[in-house]
Design a protein around this ligand. Structure first.
Ligand code: AMP
Length: 124
């Protein structure tokens, strides 16, 4: 998947459209998902233009990677989901149904999260 500079998260980063910001660091931004599927559903994104984890892990400087992982942990603490547990998830590519081509980690919490994968039928 190619990076599209007009993807919705790039536009949020440029301030062209609003978001419900939770946390911001030098290299990362966290905001509430617009269609939450759990009481806590927050997205954490790097500010750099990376399509997915593959792109990020291959190209991002260590400082950006450290900042991003620390931001995920900090947001979970801020959201109050650490004690009861939470799930982080990053959809990468077609088979995972990634819909926005800018790396994002979902943080889900505030409810029993059930099985690791959903009910979709596995296809080859
Ligand atoms: P994914 O399917 O992993 O690519 O997830 C993309 C997520 O972005 C979905 O959960 C959407 O609800 C969320 N989303 C799309 N547009 C926005 C937006 N403007 N603000 C916040 N979340 C958004």
């Amino acid at each position: 998947m190619a990076y599209d500079p007009n993807n919705i998260f790039a536009r949020i980063l440029r301030g062209e459209i609003p978001c419900k910001k939770v946390h911001e660091t030098a290299h990362s931004l966290a905001f509430h998902d617009i269609q939450p599927v759990a009481p806590t559903h927050i997205l954490v994104i790097p500010k750099g233009a990376y399509v997915d984890i593959e792109d990020f892990s291959a190209k991002a400087p260590d400082a950006e990677i450290a900042d991003f992982i620390r931001a995920v942990g900090e947001v979970a603490r801020m959201a109050g989901v650490v004690a009861d547990g939470y799930r982080i998830l990053a959809n990468n590519g077609r088979d995972a149904h990634q819909t926005v081509p800018h790396l994002h980690v979902h943080i889900f919490g505030g409810m029993k999260l059930g099985a690791m994968l959903g009910h979709g039928e596995a296809t080859q």
